[in-house]
Design a protein around this ligand. Structure first.
Ligand code: SER
Length: 319
């Protein structure tokens, strides 16, 4: 039986991807791995977990051999703001980790999923209706690693026939795990602060429009892409996927429909503002829709209602 290995399983996406994969394919078919230890992070003790530092090829290879892994969802990476603060570490983890994962995948015939990002675009890219194939000259270390990752995955497909597939994900919103060091983290923090304090101080300007997506759509997109008929894929690394596009002002107005006295103010962080200003407002995801049937379910009102309900319920059960 071939299994699925998830790297970075305790991170923002991995925390929700692992249970979703286990639901879909069976618990015994999914192996979670991370550089951190799982105890404090809510994974059940009976579920397969491996300690894997993706900058060490032997650790990846050990997990792949031991569990007969056929597919790797490679989620281990640094997000944009942290990467800008620690560019050398970002290169080593984001590129060094991917390179080693691809090498192990080549030796053992594994398929690989790569999460790319709106961060793979830059100031020279059209920001509205960002095409699938367009200028990619990012101005951040995060973006440099994302473009390089897309190219490296395409290279392994073309040169070695590896089944590599990827998505350019928008900023992700989730009520489960905190993001940790991204430029779009504000869109998660705002919900927590709205429920706790009826107030949020945003680190981006109120009119900063970015592509965003609710985590359930992102998780479904990853699994649907990996299940897609390979013959239909013209593109591989990586597909634009879009769901909604909003500013802090838009989200605050939507939250106010549920919490009328919610207030937002702004203390702009110039580093993260510059990153956001170089990213797309809205990607064109026609290629994903045509090649493998992508369609988002959640829009801004649907996501906001669900986030507030889920976080509110959680706060209720904790008190
Ligand atoms: N959400 C990510 C970040 O802000 C973008 O891919 O870094």
């Amino acid at each position: 039986m071939q299994r699925i290995l998830v790297t970075g399983a305790l991170g923002q996406i991995g925390t929700e991807l692992v249970p979703a994969l286990r639901d879909r394919y069976g618990s015994d078919r999914v192996v979670a791995s991370d550089i951190r230890v799982p105890h404090a992070h809510g994974l059940s003790a009976s579920d397969a977990f491996e300690h894997v530092d993706c900058t060490h090829i032997r650790e990846i290879e050990h997990a792949v051999r031991r569990h007969e892994v056929g597919t790797i969802y490679h989620m281990a990476a640094l997000l944009s703001a942290v990467a800008e603060d620690r560019p050398r570490v970002a290169w080593e983890v984001n590129m060094g980790g991917l390179y080693r994962v691809l090498e192990v995948a080549r030796l053992h015939g594994c398929a690989v999923f790569l999460p790319s990002s709106i961060g793979a675009f830059g100031p020279g890219t059209p920001r509205v209706g960002t095409p699938q194939d367009t200028i990619q000259r990012p101005s951040t270390m995060y973006g440099v690693t994302k473009v390089s990752s897309e190219l490296l995955c395409d290279y392994y497909h073309a040169r070695f026939g590896l089944d590599t597939r990827g998505l350019r994900l928008p900023g992700l919103v989730s009520y489960v795990a905190p993001p940790g060091g991204g430029t779009t983290d504000w869109a998660v923090e705002i919900f927590h602060q709205a429920l706790r304090h009826r107030n949020y101080t945003c680190f981006l300007r109120g009119d900063t429009r970015l592509d965003m997506m609710y985590m359930p759509d992102a998780i479904r997109a990853m699994m649907e892409l990996m299940e897609a008929e390979p013959g239909k894929l013209v593109h591989r690394n990586a597909f634009n996927v879009a769901a909604m596009s909003f500013t802090p002002e838009d989200l605050a107005a939507e939250i106010r429909k549920h919490i009328p006295d919610f207030d937002i103010d702004y203390e702009v962080d110039p580093v993260r503002q510059a990153i956001a200003d170089s990213w797309p407002e809205s990607m064109d995801d026609a290629a994903a829709r045509h090649e493998w049937g992508w369609k988002a379910e959640y829009d801004l009102p649907g996501m906001t209602a669900d986030m507030l309900e889920k976080l509110g319920r959680r706060a209720g059960s904790a008190s």
